[in-house]
Design a binder for this molecule. Structure first.
Ligand code: MIC
Ligand code: SF4
Length: 640
């Protein structure tokens, strides 16, 4: 029996465990990445562990999210991260250089290597044939400190791509189609492996759009084979030596298989407020106020050159604001050199610096009840910076064409040729990078940077009231909302805790304070979306002891364990009905002992029900220590 691509990479990196779905495995980490909104916590944690140089081959600290500097906070965070990077042998990417995932693809990703990143879209580099996994900041700092990462061995889903995309249909439509079929929880605890004759028809950055947005399926990661298109990309980036071919064996066995006929796909959109609310472009006119092109999903040279071709000689519709945020400084240079940048400006577009920008509400919030069409990966309520915005997701081709028309328009009507010739050599500049040497600097910690909230130890019992009962698919944007105003509080858990669950109820913090903390009851796929550990740290700070849900999203569940909050799953999902917000009392006795088993007895208003503990022994040990920081300090003695 042959091996899948995933198994091949994992076999090369396996430290412990067996490659059987559901088993805990620990793997060698070759590379890590952090970005600034999760980075401050990750580096506070690294500081607490008191290590010298990182143990990875390559670790990079990117500044790409918190780019607006309307006060001292973001600049202070950047300075802190930079000083930690210099001291620990980490490459620092200055603000303005671009989005972590685009830059990592351009400069550092390598076929066959492993990458752990404190951002849920880290799987973008799976386009290069690397195993790239998003994780909480604490897991990434452990990865930097020890060169290891542990996870539950996922199932492997084969997606066979057949044929070729039709004119003006994009690789974005491939991933939107998968979201339509599988939903935002269809990939949880799975790795999506692409194969088939359609693979070679997709360029590297087209593949990266697909692997990037596998995060929206809840997948652990997504991976493409490394082939001649991979070599082509690496050669144009001036690093052909990083290439080696990688593909699954023809007799590899998968847990399940899906076939996508590329030529059957049509241009699609995801409707508000979920990336899986996917439909073809409707015949009714959806009139737009804003079009935003960019983000780690769709800001490559190829994407933006297609946009330039559409905008050439045209004018952005008078009712629309078109905003373009390129993925990297190198891409901006190439667009400036070949005239595309002036095409954008002549058409009437607004140009932003290279970074996440409006994707995370860092500016460009739509007007009241505004309708915005975006090439991004998430359209969760409130994420644009306003709660009443109607945000649709789509490809750059649909977005650019719609920006001219004034409504969401089908680009198959377009007669222009959108074929993009890639430059023989991409621009590659090091001027925004600071590469480590043996220099040591004073760690700079501005007044906004607080302590990493940490639990002392595991309680002897859980005893509290249900503070909140949620529905299905609650996002980390619901638990720990993000916007330009809030992102600057990412290093300040007490202040940020005011906003915990603000998209759902106005008084979550007050409820916690009035009851001395308590329990959260969740539906299916609780905590989907980002890797932000703030979605666990804010509830921890407010005294939440446990979350009982129908099921959890992968990264959030790990973040809960790392924070020392117990994630439990209903043994019988109809028990969900037994709980009422602010009324039901929950008790779990003999916590330490019960946690060692596979199920616990939960007293719901004194009547017992059973809940499952779907955790590895290592997770249980972490919880027994009161969280990952205590666990790792005990294990590595603060000096690994
Ligand atoms: C996101 O797209 O939601 C973010 C902002 O990049 C997050 C990280 C964060 O919350 O800081 C992610 O995807 O992990
Ligand atoms: Fe940045 Fe948006 Fe990508 Fe998150 S999804 S890394 S906010 S561009």
């Amino acid at each position: 029996m042959g091996y899948t691509l995933t198994e091949k990479v994992l076999k090369e990196h396996l430290i412990s465990g067996q490659l059987t779905a559901g088993e805990e495995i620990c793997i060698k980490v070759d590379q890590t990445l952090t970005q600034d909104t999760t980075g401050t916590m990750a580096y506070l944690e690294l500081e607490a562990m008191n290590i010298g140089k990182v143990k990875t081959e390559v670790s990079v600290a990117y500044i790409d999210h918190n780019m607006l500097q309307t006060g001292f906070e973001n600049a202070d965070d950047h300075a802190f991260i930079k000083s930690m990077a210099i001291n620990h042998g980490i490459i620092f990417s200055k603000p303005g250089n671009g989005i972590c995932h685009q830059l990592h693809l351009e400069r550092f990703g390598k076929p066959g290597k492993t990458l752990i990143g404190s951002d849920s879209h880290t799987p973008t580099c799976g386009a290069l044939g690397m195993l790239a996994i998003g994780a909480g900041g604490l897991d990434v700092s452990i990865g930097m400190a020890t060169g290891t990462y542990c996870l539950k061995m996922p199932k492997i889903i084969k997606v066979e791509l057949r044929g070729k995309l039709q004119k003006n249909v994009s690789s974005k439509d491939v991933i939107l189609e998968l979201l339509r079929q599988l939903s935002v929880k269809g990939g949880v605890n799975s790795i999506i492996e692409y194969s088939g004759d359609g693979v070679k028809t997709l360029s590297l950055t087209q593949r990266a759009t697909i692997t990037n947005m596998g995060a929206e399926l809840g997948a652990t990661t997504s991976i493409f084979p490394a082939d001649e298109r991979t070599l082509d990309f690496l050669t144009r980036q001036g690093r052909s030596e990083d290439y080696h071919p990688l593909s699954a064996d023809t007799d590899a066995v998968y847990d399940s298989e899906i076939i996508i006929e590329l030529d059957q796909l049509v241009p699609m959109i995801a409707r508000p407020h979920s990336p899986d609310a996917v439909t073809p472009i409707p015949s009714e006119k959806i009139v737009l106020n804003q079009v935003a092109i960019g983000s780690c999903t769709n800001s490559s040279y190829e994407d933006l050159m297609q946009v330039a071709k559409i905008l050439e000689g045209e004018r952005v519709h008078p009712t629309i604001d078109l905003v373009i945020s390129p993925g990297s400084s190198n891409i901006i240079t190439m667009l400036a050199d070949n005239g595309a940048l002036s095409t954008f400006i002549k058409a009437g577009a607004r140009i932003l610096e290279a970074g996440c920008g409006p994707c995370i509400g860092m500016g460009q919030a739509p007007k009241s009840a505004g309708v915005s069409l975006r090439t991004f990966n998430r359209n969760f309520k409130g994420r644009s910076g306003t709660f009443d915005a109607q945000v649709y997701l789509t490809s750059p081709i649909v977005a650019a064409y719609s920006a001219i028309k004034g409504y969401i328009a089908d680009p198959r009507e377009l007669t222009k040729d959108l074929t993009v010739e890639l430059p023989e050599k991409f621009t590659v500049s090091n001027n925004y990078f600071i590469f480590p040497n043996d220099e040591k600097v004073q760690v700079e910690k501005g007044p906004n940077i607080g302590e990493f909230p940490n639990k002392q130890e595991l309680e002897s019992q859980i005893n509290g009231i249900v503070i909140l009962k949620t529905g299905d698919n609650i996002t980390t944007d619901d638990i720990a909302p993000s916007s330009a105003d809030l992102l600057k509080l990412r290093s300040n858990i007490p202040k940020l805790s005011e906003y915990c669950f603000k998209t759902i109820i106005p008084d979550f913090k007050a409820r916690c304070q009035a009851n001395g903390g308590g329990i959260i009851i969740g539906g299916d796929n609780y905590g989907q979306g980002s890797s932000r550990e703030h979605a666990a740290l804010l509830p921890l700070y407010l005294g939440i002891q446990a979350v009982i849900a129908k099921s959890f999203a992968r990264i959030h569940k790990s973040n809960l364990v790392n924070a020392g909050i117990i994630p439990l799953e209903f043994a019988d999902t109809t028990d969900y009905e037994l709980f009422t917000e602010l009324e039901t009392h929950v008790q779990i006795l003999n916590l330490a002992d019960q946690l060692q088993s596979d199920q616990v007895e939960v007293l719901v208003n004194e009547k017992p029900i059973l809940c499952k503990i779907v955790l590895s022994q290592r997770d249980k040990d972490i919880l027994a220590c009161g969280g990952m920081l205590n666990y790792s300090l005990a294990k590595f003695g603060g000096n690994s």
